[in-house]
Design a binder for this molecule. Structure first.
Ligand code: ZN
Length: 162
């Protein structure tokens, strides 16, 4: 059973699924679903469409270089059937899938590392810029010791009393 890759989104195309387009220069394009086929007909570049694998790889969203990808290769010569080999391969597939999943989740964690502090910074900036919505500007002028943190805490307390 040969599993093909979708030309547009790079997902797996199982036999009997999707659509295949043969251009008049005999190049074969396979699509996993009509969504990908339509996008191809619209002459969209998969690298510029955010939900495709090509885009995600290009922009460092997905893991690109990993030893687990090397097992998945396209072989054009048929392999002679060997029961032991098949058995070992099936066992190995499970292990490799697990290793890859672990590495991928690690990759995501690494990618998201700086996000929390950046978010905090953005929030703090927004609060500073629109503090007049929380506290009247007059009150801030009367008591300039009011820092941002104090203001937010007080407003929280008020909210709880009410
Ligand atoms: Zn697709």
């Amino acid at each position: 059973m040969r599993l093909e890759k979708c030309w547009f989104c790079s997902s797996t195309v199982y036999p009997g699924h999707g659509i295949q387009f043969v251009r008049n220069d005999a190049k074969i394009f396979r699509f996993c679903r009509s969504k990908c086929h339509k996008n191809f007909k619209m002459k969209r570049n998969p690298r510029k469409v955010k939900w495709t694998k090509a885009y995600r790889r290009l922009h460092g969203k997905d893991m690109t270089q990993d030893s687990t990808f090397e097992f998945e290769r396209k072989r054009n010569r048929p392999e002679r059937y060997d029961r032991n080999l098949a058995e070992n391969t099936l066992k190995a597939i499970k292990k490799i899938v697990k290793v890859r999943a672990d590495r991928q989740s690690k990759h995501i964690l690494n990618r998201m590392k700086g996000n929390k502090s950046a978010e905090r910074k953005r929030d703090a900036k927004e609060l500073e810029q629109s503090i007049h919505m929380v506290k009247a500007p007059g009150a801030l002028q009367k008591d300039p010791s009011l820092t941002l943190v104090k203001v937010t805490r007080r407003s929280e307390e008020n909210g709880m009393k009410e």
